[in-house]
Design a protein around this ligand. Structure first.
Ligand SMILES: [Zn+2]
Length: 126
């Protein structure tokens, strides 16, 4: 089963690139050569690589948990909505409309996210 690779869009020129390729480069856009971040480029590249690896590990782990021998089913909705609510997406990010509606119903204050369907809250790791 293939993994859809994570991609990002350059804020300067709008070009899209795979995170795995960005992590292997020097921290600048391969299309317009502008730097992707101010400050410590090492930390930026570390975070890009970490996000890409974490994404692949999450998919692999969820696949393993979907094996017939496992009598547990991870619920998809909290996973997808958790990603949407747990990331401070940039202004203008084109989130799916269902996610936008959900987020407008939920509250997020001081790192605490409340799920309006269940009133469950959870601390968001810094
Ligand atoms: Zn660019």
């Amino acid at each position: 089963m293939a993994v859809i690779p994570l991609q990002a869009r350059c804020a300067n020129c709008g070009a899209e690139e795979l995170l795995s390729r960005i992590a292997e480069d020097d921290g600048s856009c391969p299309f317009c050569q502008s730097s992707f971040c101010d400050g410590d480029g090492f930390l930026f590249l570390r975070d890009v690589l970490r996000a890409d690896i974490a994404y692949r590990l999450l998919i692999r782990s969820l696949r393993d948990l979907s094996a017939p021998r496992i009598r547990l089913r991870v619920l998809p909705e909290p996973l997808f909505l958790g990603l949407a609510a747990g990331v401070p997406w940039s202004e203008g990010t084109d989130l799916p409309s269902a996610v936008r509606s959900y987020l407008s119903l939920s509250t997020q204050t001081d790192g605490v996210h409340t799920d309006p369907r269940t009133d469950r809250t959870e601390e968001v790791a810094p």
